[in-house]
Design a protein around this ligand. Structure first.
Ligand code: GDP
Ligand code: ADP
Length: 196
């Protein structure tokens, strides 16, 4: 099947905005790997669609049962990609998109998933802070934790070979067009297999 795609990068960089657009514009081509998390749903988020929202106990049990490809703690909450999440997308022959943090990237690198690694960056830390604040989803404490992780991760992302592509999300349309360009071969491959 087609190669999966990992979207990483700091919280607030625009990963979910870009991937939602991709899923909508290329319906049936891409499929989202729905992660598990112990964080609370935000207004508008649906269980089973944006995340599988679970308790720490459920998450720990799942990990102990070997149900996860990778898992990490981010800003005090647990997150993880289940084998089922990826298999569900791959069974439909779709390009599987994973939205995961830097720990996830490192752990996926140890598996045989062989995705394309893309990092989404904000134009600056100042703009990142503004976008995160304007998103209105985080407490001040959560915002500060995300910001610290963002600064650390943007530094790590420069490590040669870690990402296939770094996309600066300044103008949304430009970043999106860069993203579809980077993925054009996968899009073509998935469309061919869908049509046959
Ligand atoms: N390792 C890993 N990270 C994840 C997973 N799902 C989401 N994340 C990451 O967890 C971080 C926080 O995600 P979220 O709570 O949705 O907040 P947001 O990034 O501020 O929108 C982001 O960096 C996500 O990419 C997962 O299954 N595994
Ligand atoms: N290019 C952009 N210009 C202005 N605002 C943006 C842009 N991309 C995303 N945003 C906004 O920034 C906030 C963070 O984006 P989001 O997609 O939630 O980031 P992430 O999923 O990486 O945490 C959202 O409120 C989103 O609407």
């Amino acid at each position: 099947g087609p190669r999966p795609v990992v979207l990483s990068g700091p919280s607030g960089a625009g990963k979910s905005t870009l991937l939602k657009k991709l899923l909508k514009d290329y319906e049936g081509v891409f499929g989202f790997s729905v992660s598990h998390t112990t964080r609370s749903p935000r207004p508008g988020e649906a269980n089973g669609k944006d995340y599988h929202f679970v308790t720490r106990e459920e998450m720990q049990q799942g990990i102990a049962n070997g149900e996860f490809i990778e898992n990490a703690v981010f800003s005090g909450n647990m997150y993880g990609t289940s084998k089922m999440a990826v298999q569900a997308v791959q069974a439909r022959n779709q390009v599987c998109i994973l939205d995961i943090d830097m720990q996830g990237v490192r752990n996926i690198k140890k598996t045989d998933l062989n995705p394309i690694y893309i990092s989404i960056h904000p134009p600056s830390v100042e703009i990142l802070v503004k976008r995160l604040r304007d998103r209105n989803t985080e407490s001040e404490e959560s915002l500060q934790k995300r910001l610290q992780a963002a600064i650390d991760d943007m530094e790590i992302s420069k490590e040669p070979g870690l990402f296939d592509e770094i996309i600066i999300n300044d103008d949304l349309e430009e970043a999106y067009s860069r993203l579809t360009d980077v993925l054009k071969e996968e899009i073509a491959a998935a469309q061919t297999s869908k049509d046959s």
